[in-house]
Design a protein around this ligand. Structure first.
Ligand code: SD4
Length: 346
């Protein structure tokens, strides 16, 4: 597990040393594939994506594998065993988008293990972009996905029982690697600090964006949504343009944090457009964060929003409202590294 100090030594300043090529200036260098995911648990996601990219596969297949890997990880924050809504139901949201503006999304999906793959099926086999609730589940079952039993992880069960004592909806600021998050993250590695030491849920979402060897970009986002949300609530994560956006001329952006705040600004789409105007990935993410903060600077102190961005030349950037957001990068040049993001409130 990289310590906080080690994280800092791997600051974003280290990114240029990834040796990523540039396509700008009219010269095309051989592209190096790269995959970037939100949070420390991005290591799990990137481990799913990397074999596809390394073998010369398509970014779309890579990001789907990232989603599957994290949805398979019971100690992590997303998927069937994650935090329920206030009525005790785990409802999942996911979306996926390729390099040709094809996109698919499922929202309020129950008892299906891989929402990211159902989203891809929606994209590839229907004339629609988004399916919700019982209809999304029916579509999944018709397409060979199994109906899974209802089962919360022990942590989720405990957190929910605790929450029921007051039943007060108070989303926490999603952070990473703080002394207040479980240090060992047990089990399968140094990831998935889904809970604070007192059992309060932390973050619940995984987003991945990737550039493949052919220069194509894709992205996905998968989540159980904010813990103890109103039954039926859907956040930014499955909304194309809010939680995720991909434009193969420019790059890709995925968001995490308080979804309502991201939706208001169409966060991912806005960041892609800012890159189109010439901003670096980090500057684009920063401007989205600044717009969100500007709307209500006092209230912005109480929630987290974070974005990661990847442009067509393989440059990566991130920015968050609150400190302790991290993101994970895997490329051909270096082993997987987790980076601390810069933030508005230091
Ligand atoms: C949501 N954006 O449902 C998600 C939550 C999240 O880490 O990112 N949690 O609003």
């Amino acid at each position: 597990m990289p310590s906080r100090r080690r994280f800092l030594s791997l600051s974003t300043f280290a990114l240029p040393s990834l040796g990523l090529p540039t396509l700008f200036g009219g010269k095309s260098a051989a592209l190096k594939p790269i995959v970037v995911s939100t949070w420390d648990s991005g290591v799990t996601a990137n481990n799913g994506a990397w074999p596809v990219l390394k073998a010369g596969g398509h970014a779309l297949d890579a990001v789907e594998q990232a989603g599957i890997a994290i949805e398979n990880e019971p100690s992590c924050c997303v998927g069937l065993e994650a935090n329920p809504d206030r009525d005790g139901h785990v409802t999942l949201d996911a979306c996926i988008m390729d390099d040709r503006f094809n996109c698919g999304s499922v929202v309020f999906l129950e008892r299906i293990k891989h929402p990211v793959s159902v989203a891809r099926k929606v994209m590839e086999t229907t004339p629609h972009v988004m399916l919700a609730g019982a209809g999304a589940q029916q579509f999944a079952l018709q397409n060979g996905f199994a109906l899974e039993p209802v089962k919360l992880s022990a942590d989720a069960q405990k957190a929910y029982q605790n929450w029921l004592k007051k039943s007060e909806y108070k989303p926490v600021i999603n952070i990473e690697n703080s002394p207040k998050t479980k240090p060992s993250r047990k089990g399968n590695g140094p990831f998935a600090p889904s809970y604070f030491d007192d059992g309060t849920p932390n973050h619940d979402t995984m987003g991945t964006i990737a550039l493949d060897v052919s220069g194509n970009v894709s992205g996905m986002c998968t989540t159980s949504g904010m813990a103890f949300k109103l039954h039926g609530r859907v956040g930014d994560s499955p909304i194309i343009g809010a939680g995720l956006y991909v434009d193969n001329e420019i790059g890709a952006v995925v968001c995490t944090g308080q979804g309502e705040e991201v939706i208001r600004m169409a966060g991912a789409h806005l960041a892609v457009e800012l890159m189109r105007q010439g901003k670096s990935p980090e500057a684009a993410c920063r401007e989205v964060v600044e717009r969100i903060v500007k709307r209500d600077p006092e209230r912005a102190k109480t929630f987290q929003v974070a974005l990661i961005a990847l442009n067509k030349s393989g440059e990566v950037g991130a920015y968050a409202i609150q400190k302790e957001f991290s993101y994970t990068v895997t490329s051909g040049e270096t082993p997987t590294k987790v980076f601390p993001s810069k933030s508005y409130f230091g």
